[in-house]
Design a protein around this ligand. Sequence first.
Ligand SMILES: [Zn+2]
Length: 324
Amino acid sequence: MRPVNRGHRPLNKKTGQSLVFKNYRKYSPYLKRSLGTYCSFCERRISDGIAIEHIQSKDIYPELICEWDNFLLSCRNCNSTKGQNDCLNDCYWPDRDNTAALFDYQFGGIIKPKDSLTQQQKEKAERTLKLTGLNRGPGNDRDLRWADRIEFFGIAIDSLETLHENPTDRQRKRTIKQALGTGCWSIWMTVFRDEPDMLKRFIEAFPGTRKECFDDRGQPLPLFDPDPEVQDETLSPETRTQEPEKIDVIVSNPPYFKDNPSLRQIPRYEPAEVLPVNRETSILDWLLASGRLIPRDDEESSIVSEEEDLDVLEEDFLEDDEIS
Ligand SMILES: [Zn+2]
């Protein structure tokens, strides 16, 4: 399961303020821009009809219905199987855990927890698969997502053979386009597991993939999954007052952040830092000034045309639906 980062809540281009809509569906184009049109669970590409998935059910937690950090994208199968399950802490989530380190994708369309996981991690990984029905495999005639996985394995294997026959940069780019077309990122990562250059390209090409979950050869870093009881005790304000040195050691440098100096973890009882809002400076100026604006590749991807559409959509939203 591809680990993802949906990024910050979208901003109004003119005011620099966070966009706040009363209808959660209005966030859909921004989520698609951040994550691509891929189901966050089964990873299939859903070009039409992909829906906003509320991690914590909107029926049980109506106050989270428009909460950006509660959104993922999902296909109809994953959405309807997940239903209103209230299981935030019982399952792994692609926006907060290194889900690339969890599952083996097998040629027969089966997904299983990795043997290297602890028993406790395996059980949680099993619950994650069951939540969206990804534990269903061949033999299930009503849910054919396994058949898609078999098909995409075949396409990826053909593509790997073609690359071995013609190991050029052009063929590598073709392969990436093909993968973006089918989706199912984990299958491509599995088939190309001995090709570090391609792994890094898949990580880079699929929008919103959380790069800090991988080492410099494109292999997933081990799951950061501390014992919840130890973590709760560590992060409580009372404990912090008593043993500040111990907390600093444990809170800093979780394994998958160690090589990324731009990331840091703030204890949950402290106010989070936010970007300073300067009404005289646009977000574009800020990106330019801080060196975060990176030129596009020469070759345009299919995502680009969607971005252009989004600009039009955003203008519509500003007029119709934005609150305040
Ligand atoms: Zn799905």
